[in-house]
Design a binder for this molecule. Structure first.
Ligand code: ADP
Ligand code: MG
Length: 224
């Protein structure tokens, strides 16, 4: 089932007099339960496409349809609410809050996404998800004591604790070694399939493509 449809998406950045068209009419469809990887050389517009799809910056033109909502015509408050409740985010670095434990990072996200759940259920959900990402024994740990791969596992758990429909991941393995990268990709694939999420990720690494359902190549602001 198509859940996300991007049509003729354009983005122009202006620096004073100089205008640069970074997205030149991109079309892309994402299906439920599938991982799509955006690949292409640096500067081809991958992160711009991902952040516009995720409602983190506006498009200059074009349409984005998500589960019956037209994202391009939403107010910033409506967009904020969709982002917090229906989307999850993972980036190259985990960006964990240094003074919160692993379980508190996830609990904070449940507040941000306004998930209403009794305290024991929250703790159960957090425990269950940390078990799935192989970190239930690190619940009380602070980020400083975690390895790079463990931090990224926490970031992934935090990105999906509120059960988002779409997961956006911009170079989620770029700061990890090859073995850790494969573990993270296999986790992303497993979560996408079992929780029926739609995942859009950017990657530079050809080795990661065996874990995805679709590869979309970008070149100079277009899907090729
Ligand atoms: N906020 C911005 N202002 C001006 N130019 C930008 C901005 N964000 C991205 N760009 C430009 O858009 C182009 C594509 O960037 P990006 O989407 O980050 O590429 P990629 O992720 O494929 O490496 C680059 O030339 C970059 O300099
Ligand atoms: Mg990028």
């Amino acid at each position: 089932m198509d859940i996300f449809t991007i049509g003729e998406l354009r983005k122009t950045f202006s620096n004073g007099e100089v205008k640069e068209e970074v997205l030149k009419g991109v079309n892309l469809t994402l299906k439920k339960g599938e991982i799509t990887a955006l690949v292409g050389s640096s500067g081809s517009g991958k992160s711009t496409l991902l952040t516009i799809a995720a409602g983190l910056q506006p498009a200059s033109d074009g349409k984005i349809l998500f589960d019956g909502h037209n994202l391009t015509s939403m107010t910033s408050e409506e967009m904020r609410s969709i982002r917090a409740k229906k989307f999850g985010f993972v980036f190259q670095f985990a960006h964990l809050v240094p003074f919160l434990t692993v379980e508190e990072q996830l609990d904070l996200m449940l507040d941000v996404s306004e998930v209403k759940m009794p305290k024991e259920n929250r703790q159960q959900e957090i425990h269950y998800l940390l078990e799935r990402v192989g970190l239930s024994h690190r619940k009380q740990a602070y980020p400083a004591s975690l390895s790079g791969g463990e931090k990224q596992r926490v970031a992934i758990a935090r990105a999906i604790i509120h059960k988002p429909q779409v997961l956006f991941a911009d170079e989620p393995t770029a700061s990890l070694d090859s073995k850790r990268s494969k573990e993270i990709m296999s986790l992303l694939r497993d979560l996408t399939k079992t929780l029926n999420i739609t995942t859009l990720m950017v990657t530079h690494d050809e080795e990661m493509l065996s874990y995805v359902d679709h590869v979309v190549k970008m070149s100079d602001g277009l899907v090729v």
